[in-house]
Each structure stands twice: as structure tokens, then as C-alpha cells.
Design a protein around this ligand. Structure first.
Ligand code: ADP
Ligand code: TRP
Length: 320
């Protein structure tokens, strides 16, 4: 089965990204044919800092390789290295009613948040449809906020196929109910936009400082603590199996330790969990040419699919 996923290069990766998206991709690459790309064209649709875009694109590539995306198994590339997607985006626009785009929640939400209502922001779902249809993806792992974009992709593909025959595979969203929403420092959803993140790759001291900022209640030292309502516990749980969770819950309830101890414990869990990834990251950061080669090889594999597909599409719609 072919599974495709796009990641926006919008800054430093955090634990929410890891447990909400990346861990799932690492599982998928073992079981399926995974296509994963860095959606740098999407970054032009608003909100991203363009002065940082080149660097962020490179760093996200490094981070994904460090975290275990295996370019032998997975087709891993930068979106702009297979430019066919932009041609398809235009052709698909012909099959996209404006009303469909006007109903997009994500567009309305972003405009409400103050992002300029540009044409790029408005037509973003058509580019996403092109990403998916160009590579004949069967399944697309997405968070709940992206389900509507998948519906739009299907609508566009069905409309095209009705006119021209079965050119596109009709994709399906893959929503993992078990993927928890990772809480941030303040207990709200961890997100760059809320500035409440714990980044995956921080210096050790900075990481401890960040963990220390997690909001906890004011139970005095020496009294039992409630793991169920504690953000530190929730974050620790992500790294522990059932037995580990129970042991930690016991420590909470015994009252022998305070929040400070558990924040140290959390930092240790994070530091340990990403130890290998940190080493691989240092390796790739010091060898940018190797990263470029990996991305170029990935792009060549992507283009080997995109080029013949576009030939079919052009032929279907009568583009010389
Ligand atoms: P941010 O909210 O920090 O801007 P993105 O929207 O770029 O993060 O998210 C990229 C991916 O990470 C998406 O697939 C999203 O579902 C996942 N993700 C982000 N934050 C969380 C979170 N707190 N819990 C679970 N998944 C998350
Ligand atoms: N829109 C997705 C996001 O904001 C990123 C993305 C772009 C994507 N193209 C895609 C995801 C294609 C899946 C498939 O997170």
C-alpha cells in the first residue's frame, strides 16, 4: 500500500510533532511504501518566516533523517525538487469549484488568526490534492484538522476521473484515533503557535529548564500527588510502557517526592529516548552535502513517478 505524508518546514520539531506524526511515519515505513516530503511550497501560503525557509527546510530534513526516516525504504524528498506538482496544481484548479475552497475550515481559521487571505492560502488545498494525486497515494495519515483537505482531494479526483477516465487513485485519510494530543507546558495542546513546546533537540540544560516550566499545582512537598491531573506525568507517560507508568504513578501517590524530581525524571526520559537521534543529527549537520545527496536521490525517485503521471494527465486534458 502506498502511503504519503507531507511535513511543513515551519521550525523546530517538538514532542507533539514526534508523538503525533513522526512516530507514526516511522512505523508506516516498516510496513508500507512510504512517500514523505517536506512541503516547502506550502510554506508560502502564509505564516512562515521566508528568511528562515531555506534553513528550516534543510533542518527538518536533517531532523527526519536523525529520527529514523530511512531514505532506502522511504521516498524522502523536498516538494520543490519535483516541480510537476505545480503543473498538476494548475490543471486540478480547473476541476475545483470555488465553493469547495470557500468551505475550508482551515482557511477560515487561519484568516481569523490574522494570516493574510492570499490566493496561496485559499488554493492551498488544491496544491495538497496535487501532492497526493501525483503520486497515486492510497492512504494519507493526517490529523483531524486535515480530514477536510482529504475530502476535497477526493472530490477533485472524482470530478477529474468522471471526465477523463480512471487517471487518479482516489485516496483515503488515515486517522489514528490512538494518537494522543500531546499537552504543552501550560496543559493546552503543544504547538509552536502557543509557544508552549518542548523541542526534541535542545541542549541538555535548556531542556531541563524547559521541563521545569511545566505548570503544576501547588501541593506542598511531602504530600501525595495526583498523576492523573499532572502534565509532567502525561508527558512522561509518552515514553513509558504500562509497567513504567504504574511505577511512576506509585511514586506520585507515595508523596515522597515533589514535582521537581518528576521534572528531572522527564528530562532524563527525553534525553535518553533521543540519544541516538541526537548523534545522527550531529552527523548530518556536519555533512550537509550528504543530506543534499540523499534529498536529490529521493527527488529522482519521486520524479520517476511524477513525470509519466503528468504525461498521462496532460494527454487527458489536451495540453500539448
Ligand atoms: P504546530 O501546531 O506546532 O504548528 P504542526 O501543525 O506543524 O505543529 O504539526 C505538524 C504535525 O504534528 C501534524 O501532523 C500534527 O497533527 C502533529 N502535532 C502537532 N502538535 C501536536 C500535538 N500537540 N499533539 C499531537 N500531534 C501534534
Ligand atoms: N497540509 C499539511 C499540514 O499542514 C501538509 C501537507 C501538504 C500534506 N501536502 C500534503 C500532508 C499532502 C499530507 C499529504 O500539515
Amino acid at each position: 500500500m502506498r502511503v504519503l505524508s507531507g511535513i511543513q518546514p515551519s521550525g523546530k520539531l517538538h514532542l507533539g510533532n514526534y508523538f503525533g506524526a513522526i512516530a507514526q511515519m516511522l512505523r508506516l515505513q516498516e510496513e508500507h511504501e512510504l512517500f514523505a516530503f517536506i512541503a516547502n511550497y506550502h510554506a508560502l501560503s502564509g505564516g512562515a518566516d521566508l528568511a528562515e525557509l531555506k534553513r528550516n527546510t534543510f533542518e527538518v530534513a536533517v531532523d527526519f533523517l536523525a529520527l529514523g526516516i530511512d531514505p532506502e525504504k522511504t521516498v524522502f524528498w523536498v516538494q520543490s525538487h519535483a516541480k510537476e506538482v505545480l503543473e498538476l496544481y494548475w490543471i486540478l484548479s480547473r476541476y475545483t469549484p470555488v465553493g469547495l475552497l470557500e468551505r475550508a475550515h482551515s482557511y477560515k481559521d487561519k484568516v481569523a488568526k490574522g494570516i493574510a487571505p492570499s490566493h496561496a492560502l485559499f488554493s492551498y488545498p488544491v496544491l495538497m490534492a496535487a501532492d497526493i494525486l501525483l503520486y497515486d497515494a492510497e492512504k494519507v495519515p493526517v490529523g483531524k484538522d486535515q480530514i477536510q483537505h482529504l475530502e476535497m482531494t477526493r472530490d477533485i479526483a472524482i470530478k477529474f476521473n468522471n471526465e477523463h477516465g480512471a487517471v487518479f487513485t482516489i485516496p483515503e485519510a488515515m486517522v489514528e484515533e490512538s494518537v494522543a494530543t500531546v499537552p504543552g507546558l501550560d496543559g493546552a495542546k503543544m504547538s509552536k503557535s502557543y509557544k508552549n513546546t518542548v523541542e526534541i533537540f535542545m541542549e541538555e540544560k535548556a531542556l531541563q529548564k524547559r521541563c521545569n516550566k511545566i505548570v503544576t499545582d501547588s501541593t506542598p512537598l511531602g504530600e501525595p500527588l495526583d498523576p492523573e491531573t499532572c502534565n509532567v506525568y502525561a508527558l512522561c507517560s509518552l515514553f513509558l510502557d504500562e509497567e513504567g507508568r504504574q511505577e511512576l504513578a506509585e511514586r506520585y501517590r507515595s508523596g515522597a517526592e515533589g514535582y521537581g524530581a518528576f521534572k528531572k525524571f522527564l528530562k532524563e526520559l527525553i534525553w535518553e529516548h533521543f540519544a541516538e537521534a541526537r548523534e545522527r543529527r550531529a552527523y548530518y549537520l556536519s555533512r550537509p552535502d550528504e543530506v543534499t545527496d540523499i534529498l536529490e536521490a529521493g527527488a529522482a525517485r519521486a520524479r520517476a513517478i511524477a513525470e509519466p503521471k503528468m504525461a498521462l494527465v496532460r494527454d487527458a486534458v489536451g495540453i500539448l
